[in-house]
Design a protein around this ligand. Structure first.
Ligand code: CAO
Length: 542
């Protein structure tokens, strides 16, 4: 049986980067024979028959195209001379391997992706052939309507219970609409997004291929985590003589590694042929945390791993996806940003009186007004006063990106975990509008109705634990923002008015900031100004 290169979609040539077996080896159906790689991704070519590998017709480094002969496999029970030299295209996508098949087949098999009702330059992006994965979950939506995208820019990330895959744009252009949200379940053919392509050939419009999906855990020879949010692994050295330095990991794994600051060359892969899986990356991080990784390899101080069952019964409580992602984000911020937290108190006796006086009017309007709306309003004023707090540190570490808009992220406690929806252009909204948006966004958060857009673009965050309690806490900055305000529970305290102690309503404030961007004096001025605004609302009119 001749094994040939299968349909590669619109990829013309690929390189052989690995021969996985040797002549004489006995293989089963779906055993990988070779790994090929394009400039977008790599994929395995399995044997379609069980038998003995007679010969390889290619060598590592060869460039091959669809239909090229790779290997000859003598089928079990079929004599070599029986004319069994028929070409066999591996049917990876239909095989019962535990991972989706190569994207190129998906591309080929995907329904025509042109929306017949839309203009000729609009292309519908569909979920490609995902093998036997059935339904997969959208775990990340990387674009929103209006975004300009380039070829290979990431659109969405899908995840099955076995692996994740990235769907990238095949055309440069503009995102017209995004049909899916995080958490949506999709399957082959599901409409993901519509793109308006900037420039496309006639054939691309008429028969536009589905986007290139990088199959999970696809091997790649990329030996360096990319600094860019690259979608597909970049082809670098494929030097087989130095196999130990090769990094075998798919795009999703590379992304995770980048997010966690993991050098993939230091990770031991446990997948097929030492391919690095997400679990490997996580185990590596755990090992670093527990000091199992050798000293000097960038490990953090060790946290001992303890068998708690030695001391009594234990059980495992799985974390929700939101909790897991939140943990990653908080950890990333905590280890990357030098945090300082500054505390102060605002006398909001007058604010509370005013707020109570609004109750009837608020009821008529159907709006619930809590102190939070005033706090957000005051934050907007303070951010205008010192725009450094409304900035992000530029990647070069030498300048600040000052944002002219003010979008306030609001921490919301939900049964699934902490989420931070964003009140856009909060500085342009009045107390009624802010109050309404606080309620709307927290309702959406608790009902799992937040869209990606609701959670993007924050420039400063507020975390209010006021209704719950506490006298103060140290919130973690929601990086790449540079500051966050924590609000604790209002208390009535005796304050000295110059001649007497009088009962006043005092609100504890805790401002955490990135000390690379904000120094203590800035922090002191910001929180003092904020407290002054809340203590005397007339100042908001200045
Ligand atoms: N002190 C005392 N009472 C307060 C208060 C404060 N600082 N802030 C709010 N309250 C009161 C409200 O006035 C309301 O009382 P009334 O109904 O009598 O007016 C009550 O507490 C409940 O408020 P709420 O929680 O419904 O509304 P909110 O606007 O204060 O907060 C939200 C909304 C979404 C921020 C909040 O519900 C929430 O989820 N907070 C948790 C945030 C969190 O988990 N942060 C930690 C993240 S780690 O940094």
């Amino acid at each position: 049986m001749n094994i040939v290169i299968p349909n590669l979609g619109d990829i013309e040539e690929v390189e052989i980067i690995e021969l996985c077996v040797e002549p004489g080896d006995v293989v089963e159906v779906n055993d990988t024979l070779v790994v090929i790689e394009s400039d977008k991704a790599s994929m395995e070519i399995p044997s379609t028959v069980a038998g003995t590998v007679m010969s390889f017709e290619v060598a590592v480094g060869d460039t091959v195209a669809e239909g090229d002969l790779i290997a000859k496999v003598e089928e079990e029970g079929v004599a070599a001379s029986d004319g069994g030299d028929t070409d066999a295209v591996p049917k990876t996508a239909q095989a019962s391997v535990p991972e989706p098949g190569p994207v190129q087949e998906a591309t080929h098999d995907a329904p025509p992706s042109t929306d017949s009702t839309s203009s000729s330059s609009e292309i519908d992006v569909l979920v490609p052939d995902i093998g036997d994965a059935g339904e997969v979950v959208v775990i990340e939506v990387a674009v929103k309507p209006g975004d300009e995208i380039d070829v290979d820019d990431l659109l969405v990330v899908l995840e099955s219970d076995k692996a994740s895959m990235e769907i990238a744009a095949e055309h440069a252009g503009t995102v017209v609409s995004v049909m899916v949200e995080e958490g949506h379940e999709v399957q082959q053919g599901t409409h993901i997004a519509t793109l308006k392509v900037a420039q496309t050939s006639q054939s691309a419009v008429v028969e536009s291929p589905a986007p290139v999906a990088s199959p999970p855990e696809m091997a790649s020879s990329d030996s360096q985590p990319s600094a860019q949010p690259a979608v597909a692994p970049q082809v670098e050295s494929t030097d087989q003589s130095d196999a130990a330095r090769r990094v075998y990991a798919g795009p999703a794994v590379r992304r995770l590694a980048r997010e966690l600051g993991v050098d993939l060359t230091k990770v031991t892969g446990t997948g097929n042929r030492q391919r690095i899986t997400k679990d490997d990356v996580k185990s590596h991080v755990k090992a670093r945390l527990t000091g199992e990784v050798e000293a000097g390899s960038g490990g953090w101080p060790a946290v001992p791993q303890i068998d708690f069952s030695k001391f009594g019964p234990t059980s495992l409580l799985p974390l929700t996806r939101i909790q897991q992602r939140g943990a990653d984000n908080l950890h990333r911020s905590w280890v990357n940003l030098p945090h300082v937290t500054q505390h102060d108190e605002a006398d909001i006796t007058d604010l509370e009186e005013f707020r109570q006086s609004l109750k009837k009017e608020a009821e008529r309007k159907g709006i619930k007004v809590t102190p939070l709306a005033f706090i957000i309003k005051a934050c907007c004023h303070a951010l205008k006063e010192d725009p450094k707090f409304n900035s992000s540190l530029h990647a070069d570490g030498k300048q600040l990106v000052i944002k002219d808009y003010i979008n306030i992220g609001m921490a919301v406690d939900t049964p699934e975990g902490l989420v931070v929806p964003v009140i856009k252009n909060a500085n342009e909204k009045n107390i009624w509008q802010l109050s309404q948006e606080v309620v709307e966004l927290s309702d959406k958060a608790r009902n799992k109705k937040l869209g990606i857009d609701d959670m993007q673009g924050g420039t400063f965050s507020v975390s209010s634990l006021g209704a719950i309690g506490g006298t103060g806490f140290t919130p973690i900055v929601n990086a790449p923002e540079v500051a966050i305000l924590g609000v604790a529970k209002l208390q009535t305290k005796p304050l000295w008015d110059g001649s007497n102690f009088v009962p006043r309503k005092v609100l504890p404030l805790s401002l955490s900031y990135d000390h690379r961007v904000i120094n203590g004096a800035d922090g002191g001025r910001f929180i003092t100004y904020l407290a002054a605004l809340l203590s005397d609302l007339r100042r908001l009119a200045l």
